[in-house]
Design a protein. Structure first.
Length: 286
């Protein structure tokens, strides 16, 4: 949900859409600079979350952060920015901070994975009392993006000695684009069996539910409305009725109405309402 008008407004928007879980940015996703969060705003946000019953609440980190880069200046800036985002998330009592692992750009895949783990190790070591988990997001694999293979996620976690402060967020669009065909019952079962063997199902802490504009194995990250893309409805039906994930937050990152959230008369985005209605209609009635 948009944080236009202040972080507490995101909770208002989530309530209007009858959300059970919520994802926000704690700052502008496309800027390095972050405005300070006043104590009053933090307190109001936490109070509204508590009163709403919505949870878990997680944040997504800035798209500019790249822990895998071999460029010293960008790496230092990325580590500092991620540290700041972890501190903001902790102040807001968020359950997790979702992050793209990074892109190795002019470096190598192996070195990129090492750099990611070293940066996270440092950040977590500096925050021994931090409660917000790092959630590594499985990616679509565009360009030199890391994290599109389950083995990438496993290596980062292994280098962190299996830290309990690190989990995984799986994105349905990214799974398909990266080559994990979850459209059939057989493909769905095989994908999660592989994840369990390579990473472990206990590492999954959240899902992003997005259809994909591009087909399986395209390695192109283009989100689509639920049921309107290459995934169709069946993978979402299987996921929503999978008892293993019944308590996991499942978050929409589908396109929004073009009118800015701060200028709409209603706190409910009509496209969000349609996607949520579609997903809720797939849940088996007991």
């Amino acid at each position: 949900m948009s944080i236009a008008g202040g972080l507490p407004r995101a909770v208002d928007r989530a309530k209007a859409s009858r959300c059970e879980a919520l994802q926000i940015f704690t700052k502008s996703a496309g800027q390095w600079r972050a405005r300070p969060l006043p104590a009053e705003e933090i307190a109001l946000f936490r109070a509204k979350v508590a009163a709403s019953g919505i949870g878990p609440v997680v944040a997504h980190n800035s798209y500019l952060i790249n822990l895998a880069t071999a460029q010293p200046e960008l790496r230092a800036r990325s580590i500092a920015a991620l540290g700041e985002e972890l501190d903001r998330a902790d102040a807001l009592a968020l359950a997790g901070l979702v992050m793209h692992p990074g892109s190795y750009t002019s470096g190598t895949e192996a070195n990129g994975l090492r750099l990611i783990a070293e940066a996270l190790d440092r950040l977590l070591d500096e925050r021994p009392n931090g409660k917000t988990m790092i959630l590594l997001e499985h990616t679509a694999g565009q360009g030199t993006n890391l994290g599109h293979r389950f083995e990438h996620l496993a290596e980062i976690i292994d280098r962190l000695k299996g830290s309990p402060k690190v989990g995984v967020c799986l994105d349905t669009c990214h799974l398909l684009a990266a080559g994990y065909d979850i459209c059939s019952a057989e493909g769905y079962a095989a994908t999660f069996a592989t994840f369990d063997r390579v990473v472990g199902l206990d590492r999954i802490r959240a899902f992003h539910l997005n259809d994909s504009k591009k087909p399986c194995g395209s390695r192109v990250d283009r989100h689509e409305h639920i049921g309107k893309g290459c995934l169709g409805l069946e993978p979402f039906r299987m996921l929503l009725n999978d008892d293993r994930f019944a308590a996991h937050p499942m978050l929409l990152e589908t396109p929004k109405l073009e009118t800015a959230a701060s200028k709409r008369r209603s706190d409910m985005d009509p496209w969000d309402a349609r996607n949520l209605r579609t997903l809720r209609g797939l849940i088996a009635k007991v």
